[in-house]
Write a protein that binds this ligand. Structure first.
Ligand code: PLP
Length: 343
């Protein structure tokens, strides 16, 4: 019997495990009660992140979903609408939280692979009239997960933010993978944050920390976000143990993300060669590969035989996400195997 090939798990960049250095940082972190603002490691992480994002302040969050939902709660109000891309995480994968927790209404705008057209955004913003719900917020996701890791550059952001400003609508950036976007666009993360009222970034995706996201914004915004985080059950105590993993992840910079992006293009090239699968490598700009396939179940099982795990996204699509626990050598071995199975 043939030995089973090692499995390269490309279901998500959330599957990474903390390495030795990260575990050491966690084991030795200085801690205190963070609800009393007495955890020095959390404070260091929040200051470091605020500097990186170019925001006045930042707040440690257990998850990206909580970061997004706290932002919506602070910036919006019950009965108001949230304009965003139809397939954005906030609309599709946050369990209806904006309605359940904040009484807010999604106003989806269909984009092109996740990219919003400013004219369509403008058309979706309600006029301020006495008989129509007000538009509280515009949300932009950068990079865009379901769009296939696509990125919105500074010019496009300026156009979107100008629309929001014209209509006095607040703006939130879902930057779960902001660092991937910044590396792909070759700009500093803060360049992509400028002009937004709030930003959420994840530590537990491309950066490889086991848990945590950060919410950034003005000092006044973060003060209010701290209160809402507590209300949502996210006030944490000696959480420097987790913040230390985030600091360790940040200390490594983002250079390694470029390798993830390169690996994603290699995966796309191999997928595009499979019969019934379309995945133009030129469309891959970050670490997310969305392939269209006539038979997602068969494609996933073929990948599995080659030693690659991926997920089905929709009725005709699958997704692979590259990350720091999926090194080039292992991916290459699996892709060579995929070629030979196909041949
Ligand atoms: C774009 C985007 N935003 C937000 C989130 C939510 O992050 P979390 O899983 O930490 O709640 C994710 C998670 O995959 C995401 O892809």
């Amino acid at each position: 019997m043939n030995p089973q090939p090692p499995v390269v798990d490309l279901r998500s960049d959330t599957v990474t495990r903390p390495d030795e250095a990260m575990r050491r940082a966690m084991a030795t972190a200085a801690v205190g009660d963070d609800v009393y603002r007495e955890d020095p490691t959390v404070r260091e992480l929040e200051e470091t992140m605020a500097d990186l994002l170019g925001t006045e302040s930042a707040l440690f969050m257990p998850t990206g979903t909580m970061g997004n939902q706290v932002a919506l709660h602070v910036l919006g109000k019950p009965g108001s609408e949230v304009v965003g891309e139809a397939s954005s995480h906030i609309f599709r994968f946050e369990m209806g939280a904006m309605a359940a927790l904040s009484g807010m209404i999604p106003r989806p705008v269909v984009g092109d692979r996740g990219q919003l057209d400013p004219a369509r955004v403008e058309a979706a913003i309600n006029p301020r009239l006495d008989y129509i719900a007000s538009t509280a917020l515009l949300v932009v996701e950068n990079s865009h997960n379901l769009g296939g890791g696509t990125v919105t550059n500074r010019d496009q952001l300026d156009r979107l933010l100008a629309v929001a400003q014209r209509h006095r609508v607040a703006t939130h950036l879902d930057g779960a993978r902001l660092f991937n976007a910044a590396v792909a666009l070759d700009v500093a993360p803060a360049t992509l944050v400028r002009g937004f009222d709030s930003v959420m970034v994840a530590l537990s995706k491309g950066l490889g920390a086991p848990i945590g996201s950060m919410l950034g914004g003005s000092t006044a915004f973060v003060e209010e976000a701290r209160r809402v985080r507590k209300m949502f059950g996210g006030g944490m105590r000696q959480v420097g143990i987790l913040a230390s993993a985030g600091l360790e992840a940040l200390s490594r910079g983002f250079g390694h993300l470029a390798e993830d992006h390169d690996n994603a293009r290699r995966v796309a090239l191999a997928l595009d060669r499979l019969p019934g699968v379309r995945c133009p490598p030129a469309s891959i700009v970050t670490n997310i590969v969305v392939a269209v396939t006539v038979d997602p179940v068969a494609t996933l099982s073929l990948l599995r035989r080659a030693g690659l795990r991926a997920i089905q996204l929709g009725p005709d699509s699958i997704r692979c996400v590259t990350h720091r626990d999926a090194p080039r050598e292992l991916i290459e071995v699996a892709l060579a195997r995929l070629d030979s199975i196909d041949g």
